[in-house]
Ligand binder design. Structure first.
Ligand code: UDP
Length: 330
């Protein structure tokens, strides 16, 4: 009998790609999501898969699973700045209470657990590029604090379970990742620019566009997660593509890629928007023998084809996520 992996945030961008990967590797996959930011469309193709089971559940509540679980991948969390501004309390709860429930489940099942952490644990970094030993520059009470601190708490709790209970834990610090199944209107820069290009609108660059990001294609990231899970390394490890670009240059790349005749429109820089971000992946190279392989130009082309294939109704929706039902329950 093949081993079973529980994937939280299974209907999300990364979670759904992880479901695909583990099914391809012949695992039994249990996907879990409450669809607060995830989308059924991302896993629609899996519902008939004999090795896939889906449980709709909010992991901030107790998780009941009777069957054996060998691995847990914890990828449930809002991950886009506009989402965690709209649902700040759920963002804090899923990183803290949700993680606590999953660590407890992992302990009960004697399962190995991998936690999705983030480059946001470095905040607006004063060290460049960011390596794992940098302790970060985070504003706990700023708008991004709900995400950053939830993820920092999540790392602390995970390390505590490792040290106190001897739980098998893995921590991935994930830098900006992109690819098919990102939500078109989630506010992040790649879907934002591509959506604008497809609608014939100007591209909105926040600030003067000198802030930098380093974008990793989803397939590379999934490979990094896969290798990390099966490694014996329990301290946090950066996963991302070090190929850094300023947002202004990136906007020009997207204009060229999409043949957009439209201009660039400058908008105010959101509060605490990190000015620079680039992963130092020396550790991942050494420990996991992993590095990204897909160049930005190719990854962006694949991603643009995906957005182009979406129905027009999706393209013109301003924000198809309605959080009101969830907000009542905070
Ligand atoms: N950004 C932008 N225009 C947009 C959306 C985002 O210039 O329409 C900028 C944003 O200010 C940030 C960068 O792009 O500096 C990446 O933003 P994103 O929301 O994708 O993720 P972050 O890395 O900030 O978490």
């Amino acid at each position: 009998m093949s081993k079973t992996v529980l994937i939280t945030g299974a209907a999300g961008f990364l979670g759904s790609h992880l479901c695909d990967r583990f099914l391809r590797e012949d695992y039994q996959v249990i996907g879990m999501d409450n669809f607060i930011t995830g989308a059924k469309d991302n896993i629609q193709h899996l519902f008939d898969h004999p090795n896939f089971k889906f449980i709709e559940h909010d992991i901030t509540n107790h998780i009941n699973i009777s069957q054996n679980i060998h691995y847990i991948l914890h990828f449930a969390s809002p991950a886009s700045p506009i989402d965690y501004l709209k649902i700040p309390i759920q963002t804090l709860k899923v990183g803290s209470l949700g993680t606590h429930n999953l660590l407890g489940l992992a302990k009960a099942k004697n399962a190995r657990i991998l936690i999705a952490s983030t480059s946001e644990v470095y905040g607006d970094p004063l060290v460049h590029p960011q390596s794992e030993d940098y302790l970060g520059n985070v504003n706990a009470i700023g708008p991004r604090g709900v995400y950053d601190e939830a993820k920092r708490f999540q790392e602390a709790l995970t390390m505590a379970y490792h040290r106190f209970h001897g739980l098998e834990t893995r921590i991935a610090r994930i830098f900006n990742t992109y690819g098919p199944r990102m939500r078109l209107n989630d506010g992040r820069v790649i879907p934002a620019f591509m959506g604008q290009a497809l609608r014939g609108e100007d591209l909105t660059v926040f600030g003067d566009g000198s802030q930098t990001r380093s974008f990793c294609f989803v397939e590379d990231l999934v490979q990094g997660i896969y290798k990390l899970l099966f490694s014996d390394y329990h301290l946090p490890i950066n996963l991302g593509n070090p190929d850094e670009v300023s947002i202004l240059d990136f906007a020009q790349e997207i204009r060229a890629l999409t043949n957009s005749p439209n201009k660039i429109q400058f908008k105010p820089l959101p509060k605490d928007d990190p000015l620079q971000r680039q992963p130092d992946i020396s550790l991942a190279k050494k420990i996991l023998n992993w590095e990204p392989k897909i160049q930005r130009q190719k990854g962006m082309q694949i991603t643009f084809e995906y957005f182009k294939s979406l129905p027009n109704t999706k393209l013109f929706e301003v924000d198809h996520k309605d959080f009101s039902k969830h907000n009542k329950r905070q």
